[in-house]
Structure formats: C-alpha cells, structure tokens
Design a protein around this ligand. Structure first.
Ligand code: ADP
Ligand code: X2W
Length: 304
C-alpha cells in the first residue's frame, strides 16, 4: 500500500474521531452510570461490544460506572433449582430461598462475567454489590397493588447510599461494576440482604454520584408511545411529561422510567433508554446529537 493510499483510508477515521470531539469534551471527567439489562445480555458478541464501549469511554476521560441486571439469568437459575418465581408490580417476589439464588447469579455469575470482559482490556473493572462498604442500604419494599400493600418478600427499597467505595474506585481509574443487592438497615430486619431492581439501583446511584448521564440499555429501541400497539419511539421527553405518562406504563418499563425520572429530578442531566441489542449502542449515542433511543431531560430543558 502506498503512502497516499494509506492516507486516504485513514482520513475518514480521523474525521470520525474529530466528529466525536464535542461530545467527548462535554463529558470529559464526568460520571456516566450505565445500566446493562439482563435481556440485552444474552448475546456473547453484544456483551463483548458493550465492554469495548465502556472501556473506550474510560480511556476517553469519562468515569463509567456499570450497574447490571440479570432478570432472565435469575429466572433460569430459579427454574433449575425448582423454585417458582413470579413478578408483582414489575418486581420479583423474592423468598429467602430465591434470594440465595438471586445473590449467587448476580454477584457470582453475571457480575463476574462482565468484570472478566472489561478486564480483557486491562486491570480496570472491580465488581461489588450494594452490600459492600454500605453502598446500598434498603428496607423492605411493599408495593401498593389495587389499593393494597402487598408483601413481595425480600425486595428492597433503597433508603441510603454510600458512594465512598465507588468514588474511590473511580479516583483510582477503575470501572466499578455493581450488582443490585442491598444490605438491610440496622435494626428490626438486621441481617437480611434485599433484591433491588437493577434499573432502580442504577438510577439511585446516578443521582447519588451526581452523574452527568444515566444510560439504560435494554431489549427495545426505547420507550414506545403506545406499546404494544405501535413501535413509535418517543425520542425526547421532559421529567413532567414522563411523570404524566408513568401510570400508563407496564411491566419492565415501570422501574426503568421511574428510575429515569428519579435520576433527572435528582440532578442527573440526561437519562436515556437505549437499545442494547444494537452492537456498540453506547458509542452510537456519542455520534448522534439526539441519541438513538429515548432521552429524558429536566423540565427547564424542555424547550431546547
Ligand atoms: N411503553 C413501552 N415501551 C417499550 N417497552 C415496553 C413498554 N412497556 C412495556 N415494555 C416492555 O418492557 C421491556 C423492557 O423491560 P425489561 O424486560 O425489564 O428489560 P431489562 O432486562 O433490560 O431491564 C420490553 O422488552 C417490553 O416488553
Ligand atoms: C426486585 C427485582 O425484580 N429484582 C430483579 C433484579 C435483576 C434485574 O433487575 O434485572 P433486569 O435489569 O435484567 O430486569 C430480579 O430479581 O429480576
């Protein structure tokens, strides 16, 4: 290959890097919480591409924090153990036996795998659960269903966040990978661990860390306007618009969008739901102004 030909092939690559410059400048040094959903985590190539994107962000000067799900993986393991599991209000009814499996799958399997994939690129990722260093403390969550408070077992509602361990890891240039398990508050229910929905945990951490962005990767293009009747994606909405829409949402979208609302109201600049089935969906966000999924912004940005 001649020098001239090499220049021609390299030029478009240089242009692409330059195109990313405004986004990278805006986000330099900023914390980005990325939630990787269990449904987007079933494909090996996608998982490897996800790890590359996260490492890319880290090397570009951002501070990514990964919070992972594992719903399908937990369901499969519960099946194997002969434990029946059901969801109420979008949350898994979690008995003590089920909690052992949840903890084993999230902390021992899914988290380890993501840490391994990230660490193919260097000594970057460190896994922890919300139990570590009091990162997440919770109390028993009893959702209201049809006007009644329902017992769904060891499902936690986060009451306290201690960001110290995550911040220390970020300051050390590491990528924290967090499993959504919380310790119980000292007192009455001492000694329990709680199963927390991973979207809820990611959003709460994003707010507590003062993150710039929350990115929620899932197995749909974004928030559909009239799901399941249409696949028209809502590309941008304000916190107030989302709040009005919340009662109409169903299943997995409920904790996801409640989380986005909580994050944005808690000071996170943008919360995005993006399609984790698309390879390199995180990097695609960098190269498109409005993003590729659904973006939730604070009310004051509604007009821009
Ligand atoms: N309005 C909506 N727009 C998009 N998806 C929706 C909507 N309402 C419910 N869903 C469902 O929510 C699912 C995503 O939530 P969930 O299964 O919990 O994903 P994850 O494992 O990524 O957390 C979608 O696959 C879809 O079936
Ligand atoms: C209380 C509750 O429902 N916890 C979830 C935790 C995992 C999770 O949220 O995983 P996804 O993000 O893949 O859905 C569960 O047991 O499935």
């Amino acid at each position: 290959m001649s020098n001239q030909t090499r220049k021609h092939t390299a030029l478009p690559k240089a242009r692409i890097l330059v195109e990313a410059l405004p986004w990278l400048t805006r986000h330099h040094g900023k914390t980005v919480v990325i939630k990787f959903g269990g449904n987007a985590m079933v494909d090996e190539d996608l998982k490897a591409a996800f790890a590359q994107d996260v490492v890319f962000l880290r090397h570009a000067g951002l501070k990514p924090v990964v919070v992972h799900g594992g719903g399908p993986q937990i369901s499969a393991a519960l099946d194997r153990h002969g434990i029946v599991s059901e969801f109420k209000a979008g949350l898994r009814v979690t008995t003590e036996d089920a909690m052992d499996v949840v903890r084993m799958v999230l902390a021992g399997q899914v988290q380890r795998e993501l840490v391994g994939l990230l660490n193919r690129h260097g000594p970057l990722a460190v896994g922890l659960t919300g139990e570590d260093a009091h990162t997440l403390t919770a109390t028993r969550h009893t959702p209201e269903i049809d006007g009644e408070l329902v017992d769904i077992g060891l499902v936690g509602e986060i009451t306290e966040i201690n960001t110290g361990a995550i911040e220390a890891l970020l300051a050390d240039g590491r990528i924290p990978v967090v499993s959504s398990i919380a310790r119980s508050q000292d007192g009455g229910d001492k000694g329990h661990v709680y199963n927390v929905n991973a979207d809820t945990a990611a959003a709460a951490l994003a707010a507590a860390l003062g993150a710039e962005t929350l990115m929620v990767l899932t197995d749909v293009e974004g928030l559909y306007e009239d799901w399941p009747h249409s696949d028209e994606v809502i590309s941008r909405l304000t916190a107030s618009q989302l709040e009005k829409l919340l009662p109409e949402l169903s299943s997995g979208m409920v904790p996801k969008m409640e989380g986005c609302l909580h994050a944005v109201r808690g000071g996170v600049h943008t919360a995005r739901v993006i399609d984790g089935r698309v390879p390199h969906s995180i990097l695609l966000e960098i190269f498109t102004d409005e993003g590729i999924g659904t973006m939730v912004v604070p009310d004051e940005q509604g007009e821009s």
